[in-house]
Design a protein around this ligand. Structure first.
Ligand SMILES: [Zn+2]
Length: 553
């Protein structure tokens, strides 16, 4: 009896879900959206609404004006989630913007597995099929120039979401080569240490200029052709820690990307990510959060200036999820309506480095100098007790070695000291599930507005791109299982190099060789370009590739 009641509730829930999906699609279908030539998507990763408020007050308090660049374009909110969890991770949430397909934690632009907790129906027949992204569609279907600008290492979740496919976001061995073989026109970000010899050789073959750790070379670059510019072995530094002579700002990289991409007659697609608002939020580091967001907001200003003068460019700005429960006001600061601007924004305004940056200095500072150095970078006088806590940090070698096992890393203790002097609240070091802010610009006013689900963001992008084929139709053309494409032919998978299996197909005298995560295949020893990447999934031992390949044989 009880079970059947639950079953009824489940059945009702499924009907409700299907009904609401229908209503979503109908409401979006109703909106007319004029296609434009250029599309820019900007994602401040892991940015909760409180961050916008704190950044805006920070600007005003420090005499930098009272508005953010994004302010005139704010139009609504977005609910972001995974296929089976209301609080999303970057890989599935960014992937949903890119593909329209809801996915699970870890998934990068790929159809997820069915799970017991699915929030909307998941099509199990498609599990592991790569989901074509808006970037791929605009490159293949519209011949637009495409690019990514980020401050994380290039195969990190959000940039990978738009340009690569795998079920596991940490598998850079699979993601990095796909991004290189995607033959993007522009890729600016971090990750020199992730480049392989094969990627470098591919860049030589496809005419990609590679700029490593050279800000001037990037900002003066004005040639034709594809260009990657990477800074650092992995990520770029936080903006608050950045040396502006050596490392470009996100706004500088965005401006350069727009300048280069806008030479393309067919138009362009660009995704810009303020990658590290999220990381600073995970660390509960308010100063780094605010500076990261303001650096992102400068990039928004660049993009909006271009869009307004260009007249044929649409821009969407939206976070992929909230992070840390960041608030202005906390229970440590009673009398909330009596707190002055100095009390709320004074301390954070005097901090000169991220907690990460302060840690890297303090771990090399003698115990007797720590109080003075801490004061230099934060304007905070630490107590003797706080000094002892810093000295007992796990990664501070000169501390009392008997306490090392029970202590935390110094960054944790630095953040706690700073946060005890501010009135910013944090409820978690993880992601949060509230809506994120949406900003939208369209030259004819056909903006995305109101409250939308993350899947609707992708529907809007497909409309504003003016695509004749849907992303799903494209996926079914370029990501087809090899046993369907080569049915009836003689094929085998060579796993001598387990990271890069090779599919070999024979028919008559013809020999086709297809390497995982590449876009270059060999027919009878001669290389040719597929125009899309080949994805290999070990879970089902399957290559996903263009159906048209069968005609080559
Ligand atoms: Zn994220």
């Amino acid at each position: 009896m009880f079970t059947s009641h639950i079953q009824n509730i489940n059945a009702m829930r499924k009907i409700n879900i299907l009904l609401s999906l229908f209503i979503f699609s109908v409401s979006l279908f109703a909106q007319e959206v004029k296609p434009v030539k250029n599309i820019i998507v900007m994602i401040p990763d892991g940015t909760s609404i409180g961050v916008y408020s704190a950044a805006r007050w920070f600007k005003y308090y420090n005499g930098m004006g009272k508005n953010l660049h994004i302010d005139p374009y704010l139009t609504g909110t977005v609910t972001t989630f995974s296929s089976n969890a209301p609080i999303g991770d970057s890989a599935p949430t960014g992937s949903t913007y890119a593909t329209g397909v809801l996915q699970q934690s870890g998934n990068v632009a790929i159809h997820p597995e069915v799970s017991d907790n699915d929030l909307f129906p998941v099509d199990g027949t498609r599990t592991w099929q790569p989901a074509a992204t808006i970037l791929e569609a605009l490159k293949i279907e519209k011949r637009k120039a495409v690019g990514l600008v980020v401050t994380c290492e290039f195969p990190h979740a959000t940039p990978a979401d738009f340009s690569a496919h795998h079920y596991k976001r940490s598998n850079y061995d699979a993601l990095a080569p796909q991004m290189a073989y995607q033959d993007m026109d522009v890729m600016f970000g971090g990750g020199n240490g992730i480049l392989t010899d094969d990627i470098r050789q591919h860049f030589k073959r496809n005419g990609t200029t590679l700029i490593c750790n050279d800000r001037d070379a990037l900002l003066n670059y004005n040639e034709e052709g594809k260009v990657w510019a990477l800074f650092g072995d992995k990520a770029l530094p936080y903006d608050i820690d950045r040396n502006p002579d050596k490392v470009p700002s996100l706004a500088e990289m965005t401006g350069k990307a727009i300048q280069l991409l806008s030479k393309e007659e067919e138009g362009f697609f660009l995704m810009v990510e303020g990658s590290q608002v999220d990381w600073a939020a995970h660390a509960n580091d308010a100063a780094a959060i605010i500076h990261e967001f303001l650096a992102f907001d400068e990039a928004v200003g660049k993009a909006m200036d271009f869009a307004r003068t260009n007249g044929n460019t649409a821009v969407l700005v939206l976070a992929d999820h909230g992070n840390s429960g960041f608030t202005i006001g906390t229970k440590n600061c009673p009398g909330y309506d009596k707190l002055s601007a100095d009390q709320l924004f004074g301390t954070v305004s005097k901090i000169k480095l991220s907690a990460n940056g302060i840690e890297s200095i303090l771990v090399n500072t003698k115990p007797g100098d720590i109080k003075a150095v801490f004061k230099e970078y934060t304007d905070i006088d630490i107590t003797d007790e706080e000094l002892q806590t810093l000295l007992s940090s796990k990664n501070y070698q000169e501390g009392d070695y008997t306490k090392v096992g029970t202590s935390n890393n110094m960054i944790h203790n630095i953040v706690n000291i700073i946060n005890s002097r501010t009135c910013f609240g944090f409820t978690t070091g993880g992601h949060t599930g509230e809506e994120v802010l949406l900003a939208s610009y369209h030259p004819q006013g056909d903006i995305l507005k109101g409250h939308v689900m993350n899947t609707e963001v992708n529907s809007y992008l497909q409309k504003v791109a003016g695509l004749d084929t849907s992303l799903q139709e494209l996926s079914d053309r370029i990501f087809v299982k090899h046993d369907h494409v080569f049915a009836g032919m003689n094929y085998s998978i060579d796993k001598q190099n387990p990271d890069f299996p090779v599919l070999r197909v024979k028919k008559g005298k013809n020999r086709l060789e297809l390497k995982a995560f590449s876009s270059v295949a060999q027919l009878n020893g001669k290389p040719f370009n597929l125009g899309s990447v080949i994805v290999y999934i070990d879970k089902n031992d399957t290559f996903y590739l263009p159906s048209a390949l069968a005609e080559k044989l």
